[in-house]
Design a protein around this ligand. Structure first.
Ligand code: CP
Length: 348
C-alpha cells in the first residue's frame, strides 16, 4: 500500500492531491477502519512522533490524532503554544515570550516525524489567510517531515476527507450524489471559512454534484470557488451556487448546513475585522436553519452532515441532528481513520 509518492508530503489542502491520490487515501482509510473494528494490529508508525501545535480549542481533531497515532504504534505530542515559546512569524516576535517559526520548525524537524498545526481566528486577529501563511511557513522550514493542517483559516483538509469518506460509506459512490454545503445561522460569527471550503473542494474532486448555498454577503473565497469549479469539471461532477436554502435542499442526498463568517468584513478585504457588521448579516438570516421541514425537501435517503461542534437550536434542530438522517458521529469517527491513512502514507 505504501507508496513513495506520498512520503514526506505536506497535507495543507486537498488541492495539492489529485482525484486518484484522494481515492487512494480513502481506500486506505477504509482498510484501517476495518482493521480497527476487527482488532487487527496495524502499527505502521511504531516509534514515530507527531508534534501537534494547537493555537485553538479542539475535541475531535486532537483526540482523533492522538488516538490514531497510538493505534499506529507512535505518539502524538500535544503542544500548547502558551506553554512553549509562542511560534511567531518573522517580524512579529516578542522577546522572552515567542520564538520565530523558522527556529521552532527546524528544532521539531530534528526530533520527530510529523508536525501538525491548528490556527485560525483570534490568534491571527481574524486576518483572513494569515493562519494559512503560518502553516505554510512551518511547512517551508520543516524540511524533512510533513506538515499537516489541522485547520487554518482557509482549509480544513482532514475534515473534508472525513466528509467524503462518510458520503462514500453511505452511498457507495460519489456519482450522482447531490452534496449541498449550506450556510446556517449561528449566534456566533467566530466561524472560519475553512470547513465549507474544504467540503466543496473534496466533494467536487471526487465527482459529486456540489451545490453551495448561502445568503448574499457570505460568499466563499474566489480562488476556492474557481478551484472547485475546475475540480468538478475534471471529475465529471458539477458545481452550482444558490442564494436559496430551500431550493438547494430539493432532491439533495447530503445536506451540510453550517455557519461561516463574512470574508467581506475581515482583512484583507476590510481594513480591520468588523465582526459587528458580520453580526448584522447573520441576524438578518436567522431563518437559515436546518429543521425537519427543510429536510423533507431533500431525497428520502438524505444524510445530514456537520463537522461539529454545532450550534443546536440555531444551525440545526435537535430532531434533525439526533434523527435517523444524521451521520455526524460517523463523520467524527472517520476523522480518525482518514488521518491515520494520511499519517501512515506520509510519515512512513
Ligand atoms: N470538526 C473539528 O475540527 O472539531 P474540533 O474543533 O473539535 O477539533
Amino acid at each position: 500500500m505504501f507508496n513513495s509518492k506520498f512520503r514526506g508530503r505536506d497535507f495543507i489542502t486537498i488541492l495539492d492531491y489529485t482525484k486518484s491520490e484522494v481515492e487512494q487515501i480513502l481506500d486506505f482509510a477504509d482498510e484501517l477502519k476495518r482493521k480497527f473494528k476487527r482488532g487487527q494490529p496495524h502499527k505502521y508508525l511504531e516509534d514515530r512522533t507527531l508534534f501537534m501545535i494547537f493555537y485553538n480549542q479542539s475535541l475531535r481533531t486532537r483526540n482523533s490524532f492522538e488516538a490514531g497515532m497510538t493505534q499506529l504504534g507512535g505518539h502524538a505530542h500535544f503542544l500548547d503554544p502558551s506553554k512553549i515559546y509562542m511560534p511567531a512569524l518573522e517580524g512579529e516576535e516578542v522577546a522572552y515570550s515567542t520564538e520565530r517559526i523558522s527556529d521552532v520548525a527546524r528544532v521539531l524537524d530534528r526530533m520527530g516525524h510529523g508536525l501538525a498545526i491548528r490556527m485560525y481566528g483570534d490568534p491571527v486577529g481574524w486576518i483572513n489567510g494569515k493562519a494559512n501563511r503560518v502553516v505554510r511557513e512551518f511547512a517551508h522550514w520543516a524540511e524533512h517531515i510533513p506538515v499537516i493542517n489541522m485547520e487554518c483559516d482557509i482549509y480544513h483538509p482532514c475534515q473534508g476527507m472525513a466528509d467524503i469518506m462518510t458520503v462514500r460509506e453511505h452511498f457507495g459512490t460519489f456519482r450522482g450524489v447531490k452534496f449541498v454545503m449550506s450556510w446556517a445561522y449561528s449566534p456566533s460569527v467566530h466561524k472560519p471559512l475553512s470547513v465549507p471550503h474544504s467540503a466543496i473542494i473534496a466533494a467536487a474532486t471526487v465527482g459529486c454534484d456540489v451545490v453551495l448555498a448561502h445568503p448574499e454577503g457570505l460568499e466563499l473565497d474566489d480562488d476556492v470557488l474557481a478551484a472547485t469549479e475546475k475540480r468538478a469539471k475534471e471529475s465529471g461532477g458539477s458545481f452550482e451556487i444558490s442564494n436559496d436554502m430551500e431550493e438547494a435542499f430539493k432532491g439533495a442526498h447530503v445536506v451540510y448546513p453550517k455557519a461561516w463568517t463574512s470574508k467581506h468584513f475581515l482583512p484583507p478585504i476590510a481594513s480591520e475585522p468588523l465582526l459587528d457588521k458580520t453580526q448584522e448579516v447573520f441576524d438578518a438570516n436567522k431563518h437559515w436553519l436546518c429543521d425537519e421541514a427543510k429536510l423533507k425537501l431533500a431525497a428520502d435517503n438524505v444524510k445530514y452532515m456537520h463537522c461539529l461542534p454545532c450550534d443546536r437550536g440555531y444551525e440545526v434542530t435537535d430532531a434533525v441532528i439526533d434523527g435517523p438522517h444524521s451521520v455526524v458521529f460517523d463523520e467524527a469517527e472517520n476523522r480518525m481513520h482518514v488521518q491515520k491513512a494520511v499519517m501512515s502514507l506520509q510519515m512512513d
